[in-house]
Design a protein around this ligand. Structure first.
Ligand code: TNX
Length: 536
């Protein structure tokens, strides 16, 4: 009976004529033969490279899912004649592999995964994972012999999640990080504050979460519908600092850097509800229940605003080991600043021409402060409006023009245009889809994006650090719905971020996606099939 099983399993596997890896590696050479994974297969680490153990254990878990048995880890060099093992090793690979590249050899007797750095090994085990069959097999599992030499096109391969408009638990966030790791994404942009809630505990300002984390209701239906209706249900939540540390650790184990976002000077009503003295008009200001752009923003004339934000950012900087902090900067109505005497006095004393320059002054002060903490800032492309703040990175969302302008001024850029990378937009025919923000970014549109605009010179192109897909959650109340909006567009995005354009091919991607769908199914992921309901 076991033999029959084995045949059935390998026949099923072989029916996918070639290996199917997403994102497509830079070089992949299929070879004759196969490595037979069985309960006796061991994982080796070199004794001086024990820091690879976390990654090795993740691989062991993946293998266990397939063979039913957790492979043994051995902390030594395999003997010359040893066979039936997987070796994970840092070795002197060519420099061109970079920090996240890896070299994978699957041979009939052994599998060798090597890289220059631990991050490369972490990327490589995801490739091994995609060579495995989908479900548990009670017989040796065949992994096709091959050689892969792979490295990412971009160093910033980002995914964003808005946990303000709707809140997601620590265990949801961990799943999100797992999904990122599966797709070789390495930067998680965690949108933690906005008008509708403040979601991170700050010890020095307890009202931020006592007051700012809760709203008295949530808008029902689309925010553009009139009249607006509210459900009257108290809604909210936040992460304690211990929970934040737990998530940071979880991300680190997957070689994912977290970029926390603290929004300023706009999208700040939740903070102002807690500390109304930081607004231009005083209070009371409620935590917002609708979606949109609101006039109450941090007062740029009030010295207390800067003290407050510096204190907040001091705690944030200590929690997140990554070098980048997102300070927002988008959608800042200047209405209050125009009529606020303190703001006008600030304009005069600093010799600023208008409120846009006041915003640049604001962001520059914050950026300078964060530099003293060895952090760099990134902001939405509106931070260009009054002149680009010193050393700031730009996240280009209103198209790619902001990113082009920033790169020309030799500032780092992350491309995240609504046109291609907004995953809160519809992915299929509007009438067939659950309510969404608007817009239309089907799978094919995501796949077609090129983050590096050809009008930039070669030296300017180097400032394009990468790209990022954003998931705003105004119309995404549950994690199930997060998955629906994310999958399969995350797969297309991953290939945009990772794979060289020469290796990208839409038809071939669609074929490889079939195997991804089966993987998503085994993992119980609520992926969308909208791409098949519309003409691509
Ligand atoms: C614009 S993208 C915003 C967000 C919204 C999003 C909806 C950006 C920097 N600001 O506040 O959630 O549109 O797509």
């Amino acid at each position: 009976l076991f033999i029959v099983y084995s045949f059935a399993a390998s026949a099923q596997y072989k029916s996918f004529s070639s290996v199917s890896i997403v994102p497509q590696p830079q070089h992949l050479q299929e070879q004759n033969g196969q490595f037979m994974l069985n309960p006796g297969t061991k994982i080796y680490l070199l004794p001086e490279q024990l820091y690879l153990e976390t990654t090795a254990l993740q691989l062991a878990k993946q293998l266990q899912r397939v063979t039913g048995i957790k492979p043994q880890l051995l902390y030594k060099k395999p003997r010359k004649r040893a066979a039936n093992y997987i070796l994970l090793q840092l070795s002197n690979e060519p420099d061109t592999l970079g920090a996240e590249g890896y070299h994978l050899m699957v041979q009939p007797t052994k599998v060798i995964l090597s890289a220059n750095q631990a991050a490369g090994i972490a990327m490589g085990i995801q490739t091994i994972g995609q060579l495995l069959p989908l479900s548990q097999s009670f017989s040796p599992v065949a992994i096709p012999a091959l050689e892969v030499t792979d490295k990412p096109r971009y160093s910033w391969r980002g995914l964003h999640l808005d946990v303000v408009r709707h809140f997601f638990s620590v265990s949801d966030i961990k799943k999100y990080l797992d999904y990122m790791a599966m797709h070789k994404l390495n930067t998680f942009h965690w949108h933690l504050t906005d008008d509708q809630g403040w979601r991170i505990e700050i010890k020095k300002y307890p009202k931020l979460t006592e007051v700012g984390a809760w709203r008295d209701g949530t808008i029902v239906g689309h925010a553009l519908e009139r009249p607006q209706q509210f459900d009257g249900k108290r809604y909210g939540g936040f992460y304690t600092q211990d929970e934040i540390r737990e998530v940071v650790q979880y991300a680190k184990e997957r070689h994912i850097t977290i970029v926390p976002e603290i929004e300023m000077p706009g999208h700040a009503k939740a903070a102002l509800a807690a500390y109304p003295e930081l607004s231009c008009i005083g209070g009371p200001i409620p935590v917002e229940q609708a979606w949109g752009i609101f006039e109450d923003v941090f007062c740029a004339g009030n010295e207390q605003t800067y003290t407050f934000l510096q204190d907040v950012l001091t705690e944030v900087a200590a929690l997140f080991p990554g070098e980048t902090i997102h300070i927002g900067g988008d959608e800042v109505p200047k209405t209050r600043w125009k009529v606020c005497s303190k703001c006008q006095a600030r304009l005069a004393s600093e010799g600023l021409k208008n409120e846009n320059e006041l915003q640049t002054y604001f962001i520059n002060r914050i950026g300078q402060f964060l530099r003293s903490k060895n952090k760099r800032i990134i902001g939405w492309d509106e931070i260009l409006d009054g002149g680009l703040p010193n050393n700031a990175l730009v996240m280009s969302w209103r198209g790619t023009a902001g990113g082009v302008k920033a790169a020309e001024q030799m500032h780092g850029v992350v491309m995240s245009p609504t046109s291609h990378l907004y995953l809160d937009y519809y992915q299929g025919e509007q009438q067939l889809e659950p309510l969404a923000f608007g817009g239309y970014t089907p799978l094919s549109k995501v796949y077609s994006f090129n983050p590096t605009p050809s009008q930039l010179s070669a030296s300017e192109q180097r400032f394009i650090l990468g790209a990022q897909a954003n998931l705003w959650t105004e119309y995404i109340p549950t994690f199930d719905q997060v998955e629906y909006m994310l999958f399969p567009r995350i797969a297309a995005a991953s290939e945009v971020f990772w794979t060289n354009p020469a290796n990208k091919n839409w038809d071939n991607f669609k074929q490889r996606l079939q195997q991804q769908y089966l993987r998503y199914q085994t993992l119980g992921i609520n992926y969308a099939t909208s791409a098949y309901q519309v003409k691509q």
